[in-house]
Design a protein. Structure first.
Length: 125
């Protein structure tokens, strides 16, 4: 059986390579967006498969620390934004660069707030 890290690397590398090829070279935005979503779903399924086993005992504090719903919501938002960006790159590259400039700071701030809040809550608990 292939180790988890190598399998994850292979899935991400092939997914990113295929998405870039379909978006930039072949100019097929629907196929590129579908490839990106399939890559994210396969990484999620790999994570679920390799982390299965006995369930840990969860109380309110550990559920608060994990913040699952916020992380999954943020992941869904970032996947939707990346799909839109992939579509724009295939159609109009200049607009995609402009969109990236405008969305870089808000997405970076969202990720920073999530990481800082999780670190703070782990420290407090």
């Amino acid at each position: 059986m292939i180790p988890y890290r190598w399998l994850l690397f292979i899935v991400l590398f092939v997914g990113i390579l295929a998405t870039n090829h379909l978006a930039l070279t072949a100019k097929k935005p629907f196929a590129a967006s579908a490839t990106f979503i399939i890559m994210v779903a396969s990484v999620y399924l790999l994570e679920k498969f390799y982390n299965r086993g006995p369930e840990k005992i969860i109380d309110e504090r550990t559920e608060l620390i994990r913040l699952k719903s916020i992380y999954y919501g943020s992941l869904a938002l970032l996947v939707a934004l990346m799909s839109e960006l992939i579509w724009l790159i295939s159609e109009d590259y200049e607009t995609a660069v402009l969109m990236t400039k405008y969305l870089l700071m808000p997405c970076g701030a969202m990720i920073a707030v999530l990481v800082i809040s999780k670190a703070y809550l782990e420290r407090v608990m």
